[in-house]
Write a protein that binds this ligand. Structure first.
Ligand code: HPA
Length: 257
């Protein structure tokens, strides 16, 4: 049976520090057992649907990927009653088919990050939680994102492997070749441990990724901030439309395989 999302949360990455069109009703300053999230959680109406919004790198985009308190971010959204999470991530494109401007809903992830606080199961006084992570992204949320993109009239790639790197430096060409051999289609710095922590909290989670540059060595140019900024300026309105659409959609009834 189709059912409306109760309280979707959006985590905005680079390029999405605030949600356009969000009619803000409240900003909640919340302290969790894991510390404070990147910024207060914004509560508001997005196209008629109540949503939570969190800027992953803070409202001022000041927190680098390896310093984000992912545990506090996910815990804060869970404590405020989020029923699911749509994460937006700017990424580099590894697969030839995923040029700058491409939109991707990944179905798998490989974690290359290190040294990040990546679990809630890290002390002897909590039950060790060996969560299943075979399918890191929620199939219904992915289907809903793909559907929302279709309704917004845009092409989207409905699967792919997200390689999560440590950053903040970009990768070397050899690192990207290795990731390609591993099966990665896109590369970003914030996909993990966020997805794993959402799973530990039992929060359905999916990612909408925008390719903002060809990954290192995948074009005849070096990666430039100007190019990234230009792609974002062109494509972020579409990302906003898809996120608004998906938050107001009914859950897709058919699971993806
Ligand atoms: N690599 C890692 N993270 C990124 C990239 C990239 O090329 N582009 C945007 N985020």
């Amino acid at each position: 049976m189709a059912e409306q999302f109760d309280l979707p949360a959006i985590i905005g990455g680079s390029g999405l520090q605030a949600m356009p069109g969000l009619d803000i009703t409240e900003r909640v300053d919340i302290d969790t057992a894991w510390g404070q999230p990147s910024s207060p959680i914004t509560v508001g109406q997005l196209g008629g649907q109540k949503v939570l919004f969190l800027a992953r790198h803070s409202d001022e985009h000041g927190i680098p990927p390896h310093k984000v308190n992912y545990r506090a971010n996910i815990a804060a959204l869970a404590e405020l009653g989020a029923s699911c999470v749509f994460a937006f991530n700017a990424v580099g494109g590894i697969s030839e088919a995923l040029g700058a401007g491409s939109l991707v809903v990944p179905d798998q992830i490989i974690d290359y990050t290190w040294g990040r606080e990546h679990t809630y199961s890290d002390s002897s006084d909590v039950i060790l939680n060996f969560v299943d992570f075979t399918e890191p992204y929620d199939a219904q949320l992915r289907a809903a994102l793909i559907n929302a993109a279709a309704l917004s009239g845009c092409d989207i790639t409905g699967q792919g492997v997200y390689g999560a790197t440590q950053g903040p430096r970009l990768e070397s060409a050899a690192e990207i070749i290795r990731m390609e051999r591993d099966g990665c289609d896109i590369v970003g710095m914030t996909g993990m441990p966020e997805a794993g922590l959402a799973r530990e909290k039992n929060l359905p989670y999916a990612c909408l990724a925008l390719v903002v540059n060809a990954a290192a060595g995948k074009s005849d140019r070096l990666i430039s901030l100007e190019e990234i900024t230009q792609v974002m300026a062109e494509r972020m309105p579409l990302v906003n439309t898809i996120l608004t659409e998906v938050c107001n959609s009914t859950l897709a009834t058919q699971e993806l395989t």
